[in-house]
Design a binder for this molecule. Structure first.
Ligand code: ADP
Ligand code: MG
Length: 370
């Protein structure tokens, strides 16, 4: 019997939506379809603007942006069903992550919050499928960081009995999972992934991202700037920890660039790529020195220059794209949310303590029945 779920991920890169339709009757899973949709420039600009406090009538704008986002989600769902020749009634659930616009766990009153813009009720209306959403808030309520959640899926997908395996997801932000043979795992956000690289590329070349990292690869890393960037206290803080555009924002870069005025844009790009590679490689060195295998996923796995830098910085580690480990880079996070949706509808708790810092195991997500 097929056991079908859909996962929809729109991450901090704000590049659009990745969706997968997966069959969990196969072990670990079989992807029946993968579809993507970009955001139109107005929606992207509005989602980006809502990441930054300020502006007029944010509550109103957030709700309309969520409606627009969910219309893109629905398009992706219909495309997945069409590709796979599957009817909506055959799909158990859609896991819809939503768009993170603020991530401030454990702050202010001690609980803090994380906000994913989403409109699961509208998505249930538009698709006729049960929707699971709001995965992160229960974890935050239980004292956790609300992130990362993908490590639980990484174990089933990339774990190998008796071996330590690292999984590095390079989305807008980068996060590292270390799967240990005793069944324990650590997972946390390393720092920037593609977000600063994309913003700099857009500003100086007009392209959405640095294809395969070619522009960065042709530039000279500036050691002084790199040192100033790596001085950010987030990098040295111990896990559990998570971050987002709240911290690694173009203004964060602008403040640190100021003393280095006059650097060529390409040198800055090379240095930003080195920052991403260094913060990830340094974390491997700190928390799992001698790691034998590192599986890289997320759009950053398509950046040849980043992969080359990771290999150079981690000479003892076999660094491979997730495609070589069974799942193409842009499908991993979406598949994780298909899996998380299934966990939720089955009321399966996740042991969050070592990953997010939550007080105990919890069922994550809430269901909007079709
Ligand atoms: N061919 C490529 N070369 C370099 N970078 C790429 C390529 N394809 C995608 N990317 C990067 O991956 C990002 C999207 O990654 P993704 O995993 O979807 O991140 P997120 O989960 O934050 O949305 C793009 O914004 C871009 O920076
Ligand atoms: Mg994306």
């Amino acid at each position: 019997m097929p056991d079908l779920s859909i996962g929809l991920m729109s991450g901090t890169s704000l590049d659009g939506v990745d969706g997968v339709l997966a069959d969990f009757d196969a072990t670990p899973l079989r992807v029946l379809a993968h579809a993507t949709a970009g955001f139109d420039p107005a929606l992207r600009a509005e989602l980006l603007a809502l990441n930054t406090p300020g502006g007029h009538d944010e509550l109103h704008r957030a709700q309309l942006a969520a409606n627009a986002l969910v219309r893109v989600y629905a398009q992706v769902v219909h495309e997945l069903l069409r590709q796979a020749g599957v009817a909506a009634s055959q799909v158990r659930a859609i896991g819809a992550h939503g768009q993170t616009v603020r991530h401030r766990p454990q702050l202010f009153d001690g609980t803090g919050y994380t906000v994913q813009l989403n409109q699961p009720a509208l998505l249930a209306e538009l698709t006729g499928i049960d929707v699971v959403a709001d995965f992160r808030t229960r974890d935050v309520a239980a004292g956790g960081q609300g992130a990362p959640l993908a490590p639980f899926f990484h174990r089933g997908m990339f774990g190998r009995p008796g071996r330590v395996v690292g999984v590095l997801n390079i989305g807008g932000i980068s996060n590292l999972t270390v799967l240990r043979p005793d069944g324990s795992q650590i997972g946390f956000d390393c720092g920037p992934g593609n977000a600063l690289l994309d913003a700099w590329t857009q500003r100086h070349t007009g392209r959405p991202y640095d294809d395969r990292g070619a522009w960065a690869a042709g530039g000279q890393v500036d050691a002084a700037l790199l040192q100033d960037l790596l001085a950010e206290s987030y990098f040295a803080a111990p896990p559990p920890k998570s971050t987002g555009r709240d911290l690694f924002h173009p203004d964060w870069l602008a403040a640190r660039l100021a003393p280095h005025a006059g650097l060529a844009p390409q040198a800055v790009q090379a240095t930003l790529a080195e920052l991403t590679a260094r913060c990830c490689a340094d974390d491997v060195g700190r928390y799992q020195p001698g790691l034998p295998d590192l599986v890289v996923c997320g759009g950053g796995a398509l950046n040849d220059h980043l992969l080359a830098r990771l290999r150079a910085l981690l000479p003892g580690t076999r660094v491979v794209s997730s495609a070589e480990a069974g799942l193409p880079p842009l499908q991993v996070e979406a598949a994780a949310f298909a899996w998380l949706a299934r966990q939720c509808v089955q009321r399966e708790p996740l042991a969050l303590e070592s990953t997010t810092g939550a007080r105990g195991a919890r069922v994550l997500g809430a269901v909007w029945p079709a």
